[in-house]
Structure formats: C-alpha cells, structure tokens
Ligand binder design. Structure first.
Ligand code: B4P
Length: 191
C-alpha cells in the first residue's frame, strides 16, 4: 500500500500532479482544498466556515480540517492507498494524521515536495484566477498571505518528514508530463 503526501507551496501543482499519480498507482486522491470548495458550492455549514478563511488566503482551522479528512479516508476502507493533496498543512495535522493512520494499521510512505519559485507561482495563480473565479487566486495580497501561511505553519513539516526519512523534493518547473515522470521516478526508486 502506498500512502503519499503531495507537498508544496500554493500553486506548486499538487492538484495537477495528483491526477497523474492516482491513475498510475491506483490511489484514492484526497484534496482538502477540493473538499472545502465542494462544501462551499453546496452551501454546507462547513463550506460557510471554510469560505471565510479561504477567501482571505488563511488556513482553515485544524479541528474541522482533520475531521473532514478522517471522514474521507473512512469512506475508502478497501483502497490500495491514498494521495493526500494539501494535507497536512500544520504540525498538528501531521501528528494527528500519523496517529489516525496507525489506528488503521497504515502509515505515510513518503512526502513529495514540488519545488517552484514564488514569482512563478504568483503568475500561475493569477492566471488560474482569471478563469476559475477563485477569490484566493485573484488578488496578489491574498496570494502573498497564502505564502506567509505556508512559510509560518506548513514549512515546519519539511523537518517533520525529514526526521522520518520520508521527505523527497522534485523540481516542479517545466512541462506537466515531465514533472509527472520525475515524481514517478522518485516513487519507484524510494518506495
Ligand atoms: P488547495 O486547494 O490545496 O490549492 P493550492 O495550494 O492553491 O494549489 P495546488 O498546489 O494544488 O496547485 P494546482 O495543481 O491547482 O488550497 C486552497 C486553500 O484551501 C488554502 O489556501 C486553505 O485556505 C484551504 N486548505 C486546503 N487544505 C487545507 C488544510 N489542510 N488546512 C487548512 N486549510 C486548507 O496548480 C495551480 C495552477 O498552476 C493551476 O492553474 C495549474 O494549471 C497550474 N500549473 C500546475 N502545474 C503547472 C506547470 N508545470 N506549469 C505551468 N502551470 C502549472
């Protein structure tokens, strides 16, 4: 069983690459960002709460994010493995994910970080914002806030997974298919 975390700054391509990786390794893709956006579309209580944070580019509180993630994993008890896309994003989320997986006799196999320069990320996100209607992609100050949230709350996870010998970096710049090939090689060489 392969349980992967796709890691990286906002816009680094976690969602894009998850689509390729899930097909090749037959994994269930869980994107906390997509789950929140679905809740917003359906006007659920969770969506209303998440919206107030996401529109500013802030992280949604750990408590609700973790509950939502656990419920999603529990829906797929027969899975070959999971891709966690955009989760965990804080040390608390990472610690609880490890504990939760251990109750299912599972563990994280590896964390793959997509490395992309911030200036390039700003261009990608602003570009997406033109079509997607995503409020968090349309404003440079919100994008900057997302980077700050990443630097303050998410980047400590690099050492968290390095300490477990589970952290691998992949160059996230270039053609989408080339990047997938780099990810596949990293998985195949280290799993
Ligand atoms: P997410 O939905 O996770 O999204 P993301 O970080 O913006 O993007 P991702 O890295 O997946 O990039 P993508 O492939 O889409 O988070 C949104 C918000 O949800 C967060 O800010 C937070 O508020 C909340 N949230 C989510 N998870 C949370 C958690 N665990 N805890 C708390 N809050 C949470 O690619 C971006 C763009 O680049 C696309 O337009 C794509 O087409 C383009 N692109 C991709 N690869 C490219 C390439 N190689 N070259 C050129 N363009 C490329």
């Amino acid at each position: 069983m392969i349980n992967l975390i796709l890691f990286g700054k906002p816009g680094s391509g976690k969602g894009t690459q998850s689509e390729f990786v899930k097909g090749k390794y037959d994994l269930i893709h869980i994107s906390t960002g997509d789950l929140f956006r679905n809740n917003i579309l359906n006007n659920t209580d969770l969506g209303l709460l998440a919206k107030s944070y996401m529109e500013k580019g802030d992280l949604v509180p750990d408590e609700v994010t973790i509950k939502m993630l656990e419920a999603e994993v529990n829906k797929h008890s027969n899975a070959n493995g999971f891709i966690f896309d955009g989760f965990p994003r804080t040390t608390v989320q990472a610690e609880i994910l490890d504990q939760f997986l251990s109750t299912l006799k599972l563990s994280i196999s590896m964390t793959i970080a997509l490395e992309v320069d911030e200036n390039l990320l700003i261009d990608r996100l602003i570009n997406r914002g033109k079509d997607s209607g995503r409020a968090d992609d349309q404003d440079r100050s919100k994008i900057q806030n997302r980077f700050e949230e990443y630097n303050n709350k998410t980047s400590p996870l690099i050492n968290y997974y390095k300490n477990q010998n589970k952290f691998f970096e992949v160059n996230g710049v270039g053609d989408v298919n080339e990047i997938s090939a780099r990810i596949f090689k990293t998985i195949d060489n280290n799993i």
